[in-house]
Write a protein that binds this ligand. Structure first.
Ligand code: ZN
Length: 175
């Protein structure tokens, strides 16, 4: 059984999602209802389907094409937080970076979602383009979070840098 966030950590996850959603919405001049409109869901731990779990990354974004009656298929995004990998990476970490790390991870994934929904980036990009996009998204994540002055964020940036496999390129799942 993979390790899961406890109740206290799940509360922090929800707070981190609020901070990340506000920060990204502000940056892209979205209203706060934007996330509901585009069909976005945050899932973690026991709510992940088996195929949504990965062995190394902290989170991944999946885009499901959902077909409802009589309308064309709609994108539905799931940000899948990988409790077990985050907890393992933080084992032995004396500094209290759980919350800012979650804010960083979620901000990064939300920026991917915004850029996909605005067609600034495509899923089927070639490796060069994916690498450039990652650099852009990391740059935007820093820029957006620098303005928020979150405690311990410089430590998180350093920590994240040591976990090169922290994130997986978003992908489409056809249902
Ligand atoms: Zn990324």
């Amino acid at each position: 059984m993979p390790r899961l966030f406890d109740e206290h950590q799940l509360e922090k996850l929800l707070k981190a999602a609020d901070v990340a959603e506000d920060a990204v919405a502000d940056h892209f001049h979205h209203s706060s209802s934007h996330w509901d409109r585009i069909g976005l869901e945050l899932v973690s731990g026991e709510h992940l389907a088996a195929h949504e779990m990965l062995p190394h990354v902290f989170a991944q974004v999946l885009c499901y094409l959902v077909q409802k009656e009589d309308v064309r298929p709609q994108d539905h995004y799931r940000i899948c937080v990988q409790d077990h990998n985050i907890l393992r990476a933080l084992d032995g970490e004396a500094r209290d970076i759980f919350f800012p790390l979650l804010v960083y991870v979620l901000t990064h994934e939300l920026i991917h979602v915004v850029r996909f929904t605005r067609f600034l980036q495509l899923y089927q990009a070639d490796p060069d383009r994916k690498e450039r996009e990652e650099i852009t998204v990391h740059g935007l994540t820093h820029e957006i979070l620098n303005k928020r002055n979150l405690e311990n964020m410089p430590l998180v940036l350093e920590f994240y840098g040591h976990h090169a496999q922290a994130h997986r390129w978003p992908r489409v799942v056809r249902t």
